[in-house]
Design a protein around this ligand. Structure first.
Ligand SMILES: [Zn+2]
Length: 97
């Protein structure tokens, strides 16, 4: 776990946030004093990790968001919006390198 602001690891747990579908651990950064929720997990996504990984890979290969969306639907039967794919790329592309 790292702070999303300063990327520091000087963080501590600060209770949990609940909503209908999941529980998220809240953290506090001791450097910049901001609170954030854990963001590491593919395991908490609605989609499988392999779908996300493939989508990012295809997009990096040069497929458009629309083509990636179509590919996931044709090959994996997964319906996902272009927005979501874009989010995956933003969120996880660094993480996957
Ligand atoms: Zn910080």
């Amino acid at each position: 776990m790292k702070c999303p602001e300063c990327k520091g690891k000087n963080i501590s747990k600060r209770g949990k946030r609940y909503n209908k579908s999941q529980t998220k651990q809240l953290y506090l950064c001791n450097n910049c004093n901001i609170k954030f929720v854990e963001q590491n997990g593919f395991e908490r996504m609605r989609y499988k990790k392999e779908n996300i990984v493939r989508a990012i890979h295809l997009h990096n290969e040069g497929l458009s968001l629309f083509q990636v969306k179509d590919h996931l639907w044709q090959h994996d039967g997964v319906k996902v919006s272009r927005e979501t794919i874009r989010e995956w790329c933003n969120k996880y592309s660094l993480f996957l390198k």
